[in-house]
Design a binder for this molecule. Sequence first.
Ligand code: NDP
Length: 283
Amino acid sequence: MAKLIDGKTISTQIKDEVKAETEKLKEKGIKVSLAVIQVGNDPASSVYVRNKKKACEYCGIESLSYELPESTTEEELLKLIRDLNDNPECNGILVQLPLPKSINEEKILDEISPLKDVDGFHPVNVGALSIGKPGFVSCTPAGVIELIKRSGYSIEGKECVVIGRSNIVGKPMAMLLLRENGTVTVTHSRTKDLKEVTKRADILVVAIGKPKMIDASYVKEGAVVIDVGIHRNEDNKLCGDVDFESAEPHCSAITPVPGGVGPMTIAMLMKNCLESVKLQNRV
Ligand code: NDP
């Protein structure tokens, strides 16, 4: 039986570490804060925003809440971001996606100061990652690295295959595995023989957005399999991009859905908030 990689426990460890550090900063008179901006009231976004605020509270991070109406214009949102960029009371800025169609998401994300870009989406931070300079890293792939390392698996020298090349998961994931000295292959919808590639993976990271697509026939015996996908099936139950029942007997370790990668994303956001204070206060 494969070892279950427990994202709940590991994410709690990380949040406890952040909490301990925010307490130490408070003793020095430095507080940590995150501005959370939501435009409109998409129910899924509201759940994510609520969970982010809850995590802030747990970690001793102040959340500055901006709940804006659906009718907010691009100019109004840009102005808010410029104000927050200049506001020393605000360390991190998070804009909950998706934004209403009338607003250009890329324009908004590019306006966030790279020093406050705790989601790690700004081109400056994306570029820093690709040339090995310090900066904020997208939370989900950063969380995957923590899951692998804290579960006792080494990445160095391993064949690592990433399925998916999105800007928020696949690409930064590949850069991070490379930074950890893995031998990295990135696959996508145009990859010719996906199974032939994934069967080589000692570490397989799956971020396709297709429920249960990856079954045992894609997995090398003894691989570590990380499932980033998250979906609701017909019974309203959560499942991932990996067919867990099929793949699990062939893995040495695997993440469950829920309870694997999911909780790590918010924990890494909290870690990035702490980093933002360190950057801005140079502590
Ligand atoms: P995207 O839809 O942006 O990207 C999916 C990627 O998968 C694309 O690169 C696409 O290739 C590739 N792909 C699609 N079909 C195939 C196929 N048949 N074979 C090989 N590759 C394929 O998704 P995201 O990266 O944003 O998210 C991926 C999954 O992770 C989703 O389920 C999402 O919900 C989940 N997610 C979970 C998070 C968490 O916190 N747990 C956070 C973020 C995402 P191409 O580029 O060629 O189109």
